[in-house]
Write a protein that binds this ligand. Structure first.
Ligand code: SF4
Ligand code: SF4
Length: 293
């Protein structure tokens, strides 16, 4: 561990792959890569955006109650609100599970999938909009919520069950409760996909590329970026569906009949999974796929 290792965030140096995304997203420019790992070079404002964006989930907040486990240590009701703590009215009894974040920048889209897997039917994301003290932290949360909405729709769910608001979120709770959504059916695929590194990298850079542009100042149109995001989400979801249907090893034909995907979709996906070291392939009359390791 380097001497200047961050104190407010904990970095698992075994998981870090030196991608630099945490440095790219930090709103206060207090991280730098040194010898391939992030080190702190200024005063961290503890917004959590680096943790929400790390593609390998190598970064967690040092304070236990703001880690994923700490935030999710709640009883999940039908509606779950992820909110900047500034928007929570002290002493108020909300008709929802309210997860108070230090800043909405801390919203890892994976957390939304987790609460859906635990039975939530709708999610409100409450940001501070342009009043965000860690700007563009609020905007980052909005883009991440949009990515989850798009993925829900890919999974055949109503994306409207995720709603983004600025400030007070009581009306949004009532609105979503009135819609009586069913539970999300394939929340495990949503969750697994949101742990996919390629997809996380695309989500983490989305706001920056669309609003600020790349190092040459070139911006990518939102619709164009959405297409890139959709392709990556599509792959990540297929990887999840195939992985959970391998049962220790399966022929391509078995995967096709278990998943409802076409031969072409399964073949394309398993070749990509092989390239990424996620599965092993054996030829035995037919291609047999098994999870690696
Ligand atoms: S985003 Fe995560 S994996 Fe990438 S450099 Fe930062 S800590 Fe390492
Ligand atoms: S918590 Fe926020 S301010 Fe601190 S290092 Fe991470 S992104 Fe930067």
């Amino acid at each position: 561990m380097p001497d200047s290792a961050p104190k407010t965030i904990s970095v698992d140096y075994n998981k870090c792959i030196s991608c630099g995304i945490c440095i790219y997203v930090c709103p206060h420019d207090v991280l730098e890569l040194k010898d391939g790992v992030p080190v702190m070079v200024g005063k961290c404002k503890v917004c959590g955006l680096c943790s929400a964006s790390c593609i390998t989930k190598a970064i967690s907040m040092t304070a236990k109650k703001f880690t994923d486990e700490g935030l999710l240590d709640v009883d999940v009701k039908d509606v779950v609100v992820f909110t900047c703590r500034r928007n929570v009215e002290k002493g108020k009894d909300y008709d929802a599970t309210v997860i108070s974040l230090l800043c909405s920048a801390r919203l890892d889209p994976y957390l939304i999938a987790e609460v859906f897997e635990r039975g939530a039917r709708a999610v409100v994301v409450s940001t501070c909009g342009s009043d965000c003290r860690n700007y563009p932290g609020s905007a980052e949360a909005k883009y991440k919520a949009e990515a989850v909405r798009m993925m829900l729709e890919k999974l055949g769910e109503d994306g409207e069950r995720v709603k983004v608001v600025e400030g007070n979120f009581e009306d949004a709770i009532n609105e979503l409760k009135a819609k009586n959504f069913d539970a999300v059916k394939n929340a495990d695929d949503l969750k697994n996909a949101l742990l996919n590194r390629d997809l996380r990298a695309i989500i983490a850079r989305m706001r920056g590329i669309v609003e600020d542009g790349n190092v040459y100042g070139e911006k990518i149109d939102y619709e164009q970026y959405l297409k890139v995001l959709e392709d990556a989400a599509d792959k990540a979801i297929k990887f999840s569906i195939i992985s959970k249907n391998l049962n220790g090893g399966a022929k391509v034909s078995e995967i096709v009949s278990r998943t409802g995907l076409t031969y072409r979709e399964v073949l394309d996906a398993i070749l990509e999974m092989k390239r990424k070291g996620l599965v092993e392939l054996e030829i035995d009359e037919e291609v047999v796929v098994s999870a690696k390791g």
